[in-house]
Design a protein around this ligand. Structure first.
Ligand SMILES: Cc1cc2nc3c(=O)[nH]c(=O)nc-3n(C[C@H](O)[C@H](O)[C@H](O)COP(=O)(O)O)c2cc1C
Length: 333
């Protein structure tokens, strides 16, 4: 006996699911929580645009970190689509005449999410930028290797800074970057604009609950970016320094598609870590000051381009920062 299967048309993504997927995309990290993205959805396709009204002209003059942040949101969109049993095929910079259109994502129905894909989505919910203490134990070698593999999968490179001498020099460069930016009134003004007072009803910017007003400084630690600027806004309890595992995320070249890939690699690495309750502190001043970025590259003896400095460690808690309502970032075509 032969059985015939009647072919069914693939199911398009519903509007409700498209809205949900964009909400998950927006949980991505972004420079100063600027959330510099815009999405459109229609005809089973998402388009991701850079929202340049949220650019930081002084801190990030080439919009490299803006694009990187959008790349992280793009990765989350892909994870969310898999959670729903769909697949998102991303084309980076599909229209050379429109550089704000960073990516188009064609959606197709696929097999249900695997257990690993569901775990990755659960990690997306708990990922956060960690500015509190880490547990004293180092990352396991297995996790350290998995983070490098996660970066590779998205055409990035995760370079660990293990050697004590090299680590000392990288930290020196990073501190010099923070000091230089603290002395620059224009960088400070941009930071102030994106760090609202504790009671402000803002849904963007770095909230006072996410940083300390008096972070401790130890010789082997990296001072966080000075979000507080002596205003006494910070509500995070100051903690003893725990250096964590130092690493640099880098890309082979340094053009807009590389920044999008760096963002996807960053988010994939962060989700892989969060699956194991490991989180990262992000330090970008060192890659924002161009001569220090070049020095970091020389120090790492690499031809790759450093995109961001990270410190990884385990932590038992995860607190979410606010996001703009999805209606502000998504247009249905
Ligand atoms: C490109 C980029 C650069 C960042 N640089 C820093 C930094 O230098 N210091 C810091 O504490 N956080 C940094 N962050 C983290 C953001 O402040 C954080 O993603 C944002 O406030 C949202 O919070 P969440 O990551 O906890 O969701 C950076 C994030 C991105 C994507």
């Amino acid at each position: 006996m032969t059985t015939t299967t009647i072919p069914t048309d693939p199911l398009p993504l519903t509007t409700a699911n498209a809205v949900w997927a964009v909400e998950q995309a927006c949980r991505a990290p972004s420079l100063h929580n600027t959330q510099p993205w815009r999405f459109t959805f229609g005809g089973n396709r998402f388009d991701l645009y850079a929202d340049t009204s949220r650019a930081l002209a002084i801190t990030d003059p080439d919009a490299r970190e803006l694009v990187l942040s959008c790349g992280a949101a793009l990765y989350n969109l892909r994870v969310a689509l898999r959670k729903l049993g769909y697949h998102g095929t991303a084309t980076l910079l599909p229209d050379r005449s429109n550089p704000r259109l960073l990516a188009s994502v064609a959606v197709s129905e696929s097999i249900p999410a695997s257990a690993a894909e569901r775990r990755e989505y659960a990690a997306l919910l708990r990922r956060h930028t960690h500015r509190g203490p880490f547990e004293p134990r180092a990352l396991t070698p297995e996790l350290a290797a998995r983070l490098q593999q996660a970066a590779d999968e998205e055409i990035g490179q995760l370079i660990y800074v293990h050697d004590p001498g090299q680590r000392r020099r990288v930290l020196q460069l990073a501190r010099a970057a923070v000091r230089g930016q603290q002395a620059d009134q224009r960088v400070a003004a941009e930071l102030a604009a994106w760090t609202p007072p504790p009671e402000a009803p803002r849904r963007d910017g770095v909230p006072a609950s996410a940083y300390s007003s008096d972070p401790p400084v130890s010789p082997d630690d990296l001072p966080p970016r000075d979000f507080d600027q002596s205003r006494g806004f910070g509500r995070l309890v100051a903690h003893d320094a725990t250096p964590g595992t130092l690493a640099v995320l880098a890309t082979g070249s340094d053009l807009q598609p590389d920044w999008l890939r760096a963002g996807q690699a960053l988010e994939r690495v962060l989700l892989t870590a969060a699956e194991q309750w490991a989180f990262a502190a992000l330090h970008s001043p060192i890659t924002e000051v161009s001569n220090l970025r070049s020095e970091l590259r020389r120090e790492l003896c690499t031809s790759a381009h450093p995109q961001i400095l990270l410190r990884f460690g385990y932590a038992p808690d995860a607190t979410a920062t606010p996001r703009r309502p999805v209606n502000d970032v998504l247009e249905l075509r």
